[in-house]
Design a protein around this ligand. Structure first.
Ligand code: GSH
Length: 103
């Protein structure tokens, strides 16, 4: 089963949680406390960049919320959360690139 390290108040985690819900994907949720303390061992152990969300799938670990969304979209294409129209897809990516949460 998939495992998501997350925190409910994290917007990066929430975008992944929404995708899991919309796609009706079963996933074990592991809540990681966010206390502002940098380089905590429990965060470094799952992500050397010490960020959540982190998704694990059968030993394969994915960091970065947008990479996780791409992974879920590729592995669970139905229902799709991305437009197929070229211009609309470009708009989604433009919003992602300018999302201040992302970088
Ligand atoms: N670019 C990353 C950003 C992830 C990020 O900033 N996560 C924050 C929570 S929203 C975090 O884990 N911070 C660590 C901390 O506060 O200790 C992504 O899109 O996943």
């Amino acid at each position: 089963m998939l495992k998501l390290y997350h925190n409910p108040i994290s917007p990066h985690s929430r975008r992944v949680l929404v995708a899991l819900l919309e796609k009706n994907i079963e996933c074990e949720l592991v809540e990681i406390e966010l206390n502002g303390v940098p380089n905590r061992p429990e965060l470094l152990a799952i992500n050397p960049l010490h960020h959540i969300p982190v998704l694990e799938d059968d030993g394969f670990r994915i960091i970065e919320s947008l990479a996780i969304l791409d992974y879920l979209e590729a592995k669970y294409p139905n229902p799709s959360l991305l437009p197929t129209n070229a211009q609309n897809l470009a708009k989604v990516r433009m919003v992602h690139c300018h999302d201040w949460f992302t970088n």
